[in-house]
Design a binder for this molecule. Structure first.
Ligand SMILES: CCCCCCCCCCCCC/C=C/C(=O)SCCNC(=O)CCNC(=O)[C@H](O)C(C)(C)COP(=O)(O)OP(=O)(O)OC[C@H]1O[C@@H](n2cnc3c(N)ncnc32)[C@H](O)[C@@H]1OP(=O)(O)O
Length: 258
């Protein structure tokens, strides 16, 4: 059954915004996951896109997996739903900054998606959390592995066992999100942040993301070797030359992302 797309992509000032609109709660189903994979691939590859913003509509960013879909616990259905992990890896490895602009409730798989992004901005009246336990589940779409990396294993287990929907200030206090913004200013703040990121040295951001992803968790000697590989590429980048020269010229840098 083909249905209308639930993702709308706009590109302006080198910022690609992917807006989710699947009423009533932007819950994730297999069709949305496949749509995400198909719209993200060109955005990740396009050098003209230097920042990607993922956002929702109305009261919801993403309310998690579609619970009606999750009732089908067959391996086949779980395999289709588990491709949500691939969406997260695409964002995590994108050679450019990715912003989770959480306009509304970011829960379960929605909160998990945001953990794969580089900047998490939450509207001040939105909630954030991993309520899967109330459904007899746990955040098994990346959350059980990324959350401990973010806040440490003890707090991560507490958040997942408790399953609380956290207020925006509490999510900020725990370090789960980077910024909480009043709803009335949300779109402006996200736009400003995204444009600033797009105008920055996205080549350095791309290399840093790769170095962190490849080095994290490795024994320090191997991790430093990964870092060295990235630094060699970094020092050959046009952005590094421009950044250093602009300081000496006492002018603002004009980064190209190369
Ligand atoms: C993301 C994909 C991952 C899949 C991985 C599969 C492999 C691994 C499997 C094992 C791991 C499991 C991983 C599970 C991840 C999940 O995300 S499970 C779902 C987690 N989310 C929730 O539990 C949130 C559920 N929603 C709510 O609690 C409330 O809606 C709210 C957010 C507190 C808002 O409440 P309120 O303002 O009262 O609005 P509602 O009336 O409740 O909701 C409005 C309508 O939206 C529907 N809805 C809301 N959330 C969902 C949802 N997640 N799925 C389906 N539908 C949802 C709700 O039913 C209402 O619908 P109507 O009644 O028709 O208006």
């Amino acid at each position: 059954m083909n249905r209308a797309p639930v993702l709308a992509v706009t590109i302006e000032d080198a910022v690609a915004t992917v807006r989710i609109d699947r009423p009533p709660a932007n819950a994730v189903d297999p069709a949305m996951i496949e749509e995400f994979l198909s719209v993200l691939a060109p955005l990740v590859r396009d050098p003209g896109v230097r920042c990607v913003v993922i956002t929702g509509t109305g009261r919801f960013f993403v309310a998690g997996a579609d619970i009606a879909v999750m009732r089908d616990l067959s391996d086949r259905n779980q395999a289709k739903m588990r491709r949500w992990i691939e969406v997260q890896r695409m964002l995590e490895l994108a050679p450019k900054p990715v912003v989770a602009a959480m306009n509304g409730h970011a829960l379960g798989g929605g909160a998990e998606l945001s953990l794969a992004c580089d900047l998490r901005i939450l509207a001040d009246d939105a909630s954030f959390g991993f309520p899967e336990m109330a459904l007899g589940l746990f955040p098994g779409a990346g959350g059980s592995q990324r959350l401990p990396r973010l806040v440490g294993p003890h707090l991560a287990k507490r958040l997942m066992i408790d399953g609380a929907r956290l207020s925006a200030p509490r999510a900020l206090e725990l370090g789960l999100v980077d910024e909480v913004v009043p709803r009335v200013e949300f779109a402006d703040v996200v736009g400003r942040k995204a444009r600033a990121l797009a105008a920055g040295p996205t080549s350095a951001v791309a290399l840093l993301k790769r170095v962190v992803d490849e080095g994290y968790g490795l024994p320090i000697e191997e991790a430093l070797a990964q870092e060295e590989k990235g630094v060699r590429e970094l020092m050959r980048s046009a952005d590094a030359a421009e950044g250093l020269q602009s300081f000496l010229d006492k002018r603002s840098p004009r980064f190209t992302g190369r």
